[in-house]
Design a binder for this molecule. Structure first.
Ligand SMILES: NC(=O)c1ccc[n+]([C@@H]2O[C@H](COP(=O)([O-])OP(=O)(O)OC[C@H]3O[C@@H](n4cnc5c(N)ncnc54)[C@H](OP(=O)(O)O)[C@@H]3O)[C@@H](O)[C@H]2O)c1
Length: 263
């Protein structure tokens, strides 16, 4: 990572702030962005190097996105790695979810990272090198009850990553999709934590997840599913979804009780 010029979204978040601090320790030059200015500032304060630029911005806003790219180029002189880590994760009964929240989920988790990739690609094509890293989720391969909009947003990012990877195969640009399982961060509401405890869902610490993500970036792995047995379930679900339907039936009923409590 030494000397790599990295643009990281969601840098104020649980995984993003760990990534920022570890990438900085490894000698990367960073441009950190997040909509949450206070969280971004806290992330900045946890890093000791000066070689960091911050942009408080909403990645769904067109002008903000352009500002993120412009300031990154101005401060870093290029972009070697874009890490799309910003996101939101509404949990609840789909039929009762606010339509605006469903739309926002796709806007933030899917459309915004796709458009940010579109904005940095000309720079990477000009360099003929680069890495685009899209942070997905286990729910981007296994459709999870009560996370329908979120699952849809991450399935889309996995498809986008695969298609673009193939499109860029003759260039020096790699597209990676890295999918953590559940992680203990603020993206998950108390209802999610309660549900996770009730169904005994594995939840990782954000620092271990950040370490795994950096290792996958380093190895330029195309598609990575973090955590076992979730990585195996991803494969089983792809081939025998009916088996998984039956296996998760009782878990879904328990999770439903928690999903009903959210708006
Ligand atoms: N935690 C998990 O269980 C888990 C599991 C698998 C995958 N992931 C993925 O990992 C990534 C990082 O998630 P995390 O767990 O670190 O969550 P997090 O702590 O909530 O961090 C996400 C960050 O993105 C920011 N953000 C939200 N909307 C934005 C926007 N419009 N523009 C710019 N920034 C925005 C959030 O700001 P606010 O605080 O203001 O919302 C937050 O600081 C996400 O893509 C998530 O889907 C997470």
């Amino acid at each position: 990572m030494h000397g790599k010029r990295i643009l990281l979204t969601g840098a104020g978040g649980g995984i993003g702030s760990q990534l920022a601090s570890m990438l900085s320790d490894r000698g990367a030059a960073l441009c950190l962005t997040d909509i949450n200015e206070q969280a971004l500032q806290r992330c900045r304060e946890s890093i000791t190097t000066d070689d960091i630029h911050m942009v408080a911005a909403d990645i769904f806003n067109t002008a903000d996105r352009q500002r993120i790219v412009d300031e990154t180029l101005q401060h870093l002189g290029g972009i070697d790695i874009l890490i799309n880590a910003a996101g939101i994760n509404p949990f609840g009964v789909y039929a009762e979810q606010d339509a605006a929240l469903i739309q926002r989920t796709i806007e933030i988790n899917t459309i915004s990272p796709m458009l940010l990739v579109r904005a940095v690609l000309p720079v990477m094509l000009e360099q003929n090198s680069g890495q685009i890293v899209n942070i997905g989720s286990t729910f981007g391969s296994i459709g999870f009850a009560w996370f329908s909009a979120y699952s849809a947003s991450k399935f889309a990012m996995r498809g986008f990553s695969q298609a673009l990877r193939r499109e860029l195969a003759e260039t020096g640009i790699d597209v990676q999709y890295i999918a953590p399982r559940a992680v203990k961060t603020a993206i998950n509401s108390q209802a999610v934590y309660d549900m996770a405890a009730a169904v005994k869902m594995n939840m990782d610490e954000p620092d271990e997840v950040a370490r795994m993500i950096i290792s996958k970036i380093h190895k330029r792995e195309k598609e990575s599913h973090l955590g076992f047995p979730e990585s195996l379930f991803v494969r089983i679900n792809a081939i025998f979804p009916g088996l998984v339907d039956r296996a998760v039936r009782s878990q879904n009923r328990v999770a439903h009780e928690h999903a009903k409590k959210t708006g």
